[in-house]
Structures are given as C-alpha cells and as structure tokens.
Design a protein around this ligand. Structure first.
Ligand code: NOJ
Length: 552
C-alpha cells in the first residue's frame, strides 16, 4: 500500500508505529480491561489514522504484577485478552488492512509463576536452576552485592527453600533469566520462532540493555549525583548490571533470526546515552537491532536550543547504516501533552512526524490526553506503590482510551480498571474526529502528508540556524525540499533563516506553499493552496511545513 515508485526504504523505515497498551485500548467482554477482540474492533480507526504498524504491549499469560511485563508463558495469550485463535484473527485482520503487527518480547525476566522459575526454585540441582541467577549470600548473610532494583529495594530476594538469593532487576516476582545458560537461550530463541512462524512482523524487546550481567556480579559504583528526589535505583550507576559486551552478541543472534524470516523488525528498548545507544545497531557485517529506541524527546527540556542540540548530537552519533527513530510518549513516560501543554502538544505532533526516522506514537497522545487524576485508592502501578511521592507513577499514561461521550467513554460497559481522563466527555476520539481543528485531525493530516511526501519519511535532514525559540530543519528528497519551522514559545518569533538557505531559493519563491500548520484546521491545509512570505514571523506555538523551490 505504499508510495508509487517505491524507494529502497523498508516499511519500518518509511512507516509510523503506533503503540497499543492492550489493557486500555478497548474492552469487548465487559470486565473493564481491554482485550484482543476490542483491538480488532478498532482497527479501522488505526488504518484511517494513517499509521503503518501496531506494537502491542504484552498479551501473554501473566499474574499482572507488572501488568504483563511479568510473563508466565511466552507462547500463550492471557485469558483476560483472549486466546491464540483470537490472536490469529487479530493478526489476519491487521494484515488485511495492510498494517504490520509487532509483539513485546520480554527476555530479561519472567514471572515467578513461569513454570521455568517454579522448577528452578525447587532445588539447587534442578535442571532449570541455572536458567535464573542464584547466588550464595554475602559473608554477612546479606544480598550477594549492592544492586538496587529499578522498582526500589535490593535486586536480590532470599529464597528459604534452597537458602540462596535470586536476582530481579524489577519486582521480586520478576526473576531475571540467565542468558549465560545455553538451554535458556535456545528456549527463548524458540519463543521468537513461535511468533515469527505465526506471522508477526517483529518485536519490541523489553529492557534489552539489561539482558546479561557481568559474570562476577561486582558491586555497582555509587552515583555521587544522587539526591533524595531521585529514585532508589539512581543511587548507583548500573555499570555491571546493564549494557555488557555479551549483550551485543545476543542482539546479533536475534537479528540473524529475524532476518532469516525476511522483512521483520527488531526494536530494542535501550536507555543509554548516544554513543552507547549507537552500538546497538551493530556493524554492517553483524547488525544488531534495527531500531535501538531513542528516548531523547521524552527526556529533553522543551525549548528550541535543547532540542536542536539533542537532535544534532543524536544524528551525529548514528552509524551510516543506522536508521533513526523517535518517540515522545509511552506507557512508562509522562504524557507529552501533560509535559508541554496543549498548544505545544500540536508542535510536538509536527516534530515527531517530520524528524528523520521512524516515529512511534503512543495511544491517546493523538487526542492530547494530558495530566489525569489517579485517586490514591486507585493507584495500580507497582513502581508508584513502592516509591510513592516521587511523581513517577505510570498509571496516568495508561488510562483507557475515551472513544466517545457515552457511558465509560465507549471503552467498556463497566467501570474501567483505571479511571478515564478527567475531561473524557469533551476529549474523546469521536469529538475530535468531527472537529477539523482538533489535535487528532492534525495528526491525521500530518500522517497523510508524511505518506505523500517522501521528503518527510525518507528524505535527507539538515538542521538550519534559526533565531530565538525556533526549531527549523529542511527535509529533501528527489528534488523536493520542505522546510519545517516550529515556534517553541507562546510569543511571536521571527523566522530568521540563515542566508545560505534563503540565497539558494529563486526570488519568486520567497512566497512559499504551506503544506501543514499547527494553527490551521485540517480542512484548510493542505487541501487549499495556501502561500505565505518566507520571512513572515511565526505566531505563538506555530509550526509549519513549507514547500520550498530550490535553484539547481
Ligand atoms: C520496561 C517496560 O516498558 C516497563 O513497563 C516494565 O515495567 C519494565 N520494562 C519491566 O519489564
């Protein structure tokens, strides 16, 4: 279903990924939790939105201590979500619409209810013992080292039955798997094959940089920059517990397998600075993941100078064979609209969909769900419950999609597992679909624009000098040249472009065509031929995609 005159780019380079958090997308069986049949019933919405691939957060059998990131069977479907037949139906329905489906693969840890762990903890000589990381206590009887779990507290849990500790980077009910054990490795590769054989188009790989630890398990160094406002995990630098050299060989093995199935994609969840992130592309001869996730838009301060520096550094860090990617929201991060405000959420939409690289859009961000009130008695996130008061709760990004203004927002026929966004009666999909000025209409028009202009999806990228709080860059492909200019402030800003750019334009092209504007309804652009002088200042919060003519 792609462009005429297909370019060399693959679907995952050209396309846009949409993250579905299945518990909160659509409930079809009135238990207040979303499910696969619910997702299937909303596929037309996604196809019409204009995305290309869907990534599903975990749907496997799970006690749900970490809402599915605690897997009790890697090759099944939790009955809360449906069953394997329902999964096959969903996959076929996704493919029938020309879309792709990605699953979440969670290799670092399983649930403590996984049969492998149940066996592993039975005795020290159980064949599955070494599938997890068991150790003797330290000489004082305490944990084997100082590692701290990402959810707070020691990373080690004492097990009375066999009088040893086991390692868990997250909850104690999420024991870490031992990727140094060849049988565990084989079993996990078989899991990937199980889903690839079923036809899934790839995986998002959970906390890939955690997958293997220093074999000697030394203490991690103390983080001198730690302050009490930070999480317990941040007390240490995760030098020996993450990003080990051996992890790259595992990523390369995953890639070999994915490539043997053809056009599949691997997206590695990796939170590291640029230089170390770039290593996860591997080398040209021995590639690793296709897309090591770039979280910089989630982390960067929201002003033109910081964004410009961050984008330049990220672009400069990429190897020639590495394709970039961008994300500004997820089920773990604070909502982008809560972070930057309603007006800038429109600029964020333009930024995400016009930067060079594959964007991932998180469900609900397309309608601008902002801060959501989670009453204390409804907090479900284990990370928040274990470290309250730090403002790190993830429930606020996981609330159900408000589809319309009917009871329970059309998400369910009963009270959902998490509250709806406070403003769901006005901020919902149906209302925004009817309103050509809504954020959803802007997303739809930007996605359509991206699809029809190769310059936006696969074109070259050049940041250009721009004054004040303006972020501007040029995207070029096959003779087309687009200028994207965004005002990151709520003040009018001059669009003072560098002379080198304006000089390269013929005099008569100083009035340029407007292809998209964050301030105009989608019924006005791009359907009407709108022009504006190139030197006209940007209105507060204005973002523009402009078509330039170039002298060749
Ligand atoms: C990263 C996931 O995105 C997050 O939701 C989860 O809690 C941890 N990995 C542990 O699996």
């Amino acid at each position: 279903m792609w462009y005429e005159g297909q370019s060399r780019a693959t679907w995952w380079e050209r396309g846009v990924i949409y993250q579905v958090y299945p518990r909160s997308f659509q409930d079809s069986d009135s238990d207040g939790v979303g499910d696969l049949a619910g997702i299937e019933s909303r596929l037309d919405y996604l196809a019409e939105l204009g995305i290309d691939a869907i990534w599903l957060s975990p749907i496997y059998p799970s006690p749900m201590a970490d809402f599915g990131y605690d897997v009790a069977d890697y090759c099944g479907i939790d009955s809360m979500f449906g069953d394997l037949a329902g999964f096959d139906r969903l996959l076929a329905a996704v493919h029938a619409r020309g879309l792709k489906l990605l699953l979440d693969f969670v290799p670092n840890h399983s649930s403590d209810q996984h049969p492998w762990f149940i066996e592993s903890r039975v005795s020290r000589d159980n064949p599955k013992r070494d599938w997890y990381i068991w150790r003797e206590p330290a000489p004082d009887g305490g944990p084997p080292n100082n590692w701290i779990s990402d959810f707070g507290g020691s990373s080690w849990e004492w097990d009375d039955t066999t009088s040893q500790y086991y390692l868990h980077a997250f909850l104690k009910s999420q024991p870490d798997l031992n990727w140094r054990n060849p049988n565990l490795r084989d079993a996990m590769m078989a899991v990937l094959r199980f889903w690839l054989d079923r036809g899934v188009d790839g995986f998002r790989i959970d906390v890939l940089w955690h997958i293997i630890k220093d074999a000697d398990l030394p203490d991690n160094p103390i983080n001198a920059a730690w302050t009490p406002g930070l999480t317990q995990r941040d007390r240490l630098i995760q030098l020996h517990s993450t990003d080990q050299p051996e992890a790259h060989a595992i990523a390369a093995e995953f890639r070999d397998l994915a490539d043997s199935y053809g056009d599949r994609v691997l997206i590695g969840e990796i939170c590291l600075p640029d230089d170390r992130l770039a290593r996860w592309y591997g080398t040209m001869d021995r590639p690793q993941v296709h897309l090591p996730v770039n979280f910089h838009l989630v982390e960067s301060a929201w002003n033109a100078a910081s964004l410009k520096r961050m984008i330049a550094d990220y672009e400069a860090s990429l190897p020639s064979w590495g394709w970039p990617n961008w994300v500004h929201g997820s089920h773990d991060a604070r909502r982008i609209a809560a972070r930057v405000g309603e007006a800038q959420a429109r600029v964020a939409a333009m930024l995400l969909l016009t930067l060079r690289g594959t964007p991932t859009l998180f469900q609900g961000d397309e309608i601008g769900i902002g801060e959501v009130t989670i009453p204390p008695d409804r907090v479900r996130d284990p990370q928040d419950l274990r470290q309250p008061g730090l403002g790190i709760g993830r429930d606020r990004s996981r609330t159900p999609i408000p589809w319309d203004a009917s009871a329970y927002a059309g998400f369910s026929s009963v009270d959902p597992w998490l509250p709806l966004n406070d403003d769901w009666r006005v901020r919902n999909v149906a209302t925004q679909l009817r309103d050509s000025s809504s954020l959803l209409s802007l997303y739809r028009s930007l996605l359509a624009l991206r699809r029809s202009h190769h310059a936006l999806s696969i074109g070259d990228f050049t940041l250009i000098d721009s004054a004040h709080d303006v972020l501007a860059y040029v995207r070029r492909h096959s003779g087309e040249c687009l200028l994207i200019a965004m005002n990151l402030s709520d003040q009018t800003q001059p669009l003072s472009l560098s002379q080198s750019l304006t000089q390269s334009l013929p005099k008569d092209s100083r009035r340029v065509e407007v292809l998209s504007s964050t301030l105009l309804p989608s019924t006005v652009v791009p359907s009407t031929l709108l022009h504006r002088p190139l030197d006209e200042p940007l209105a507060p919060n204005e973002g523009l995609v402009l078509r330039l003519k170039e002298i060749h």
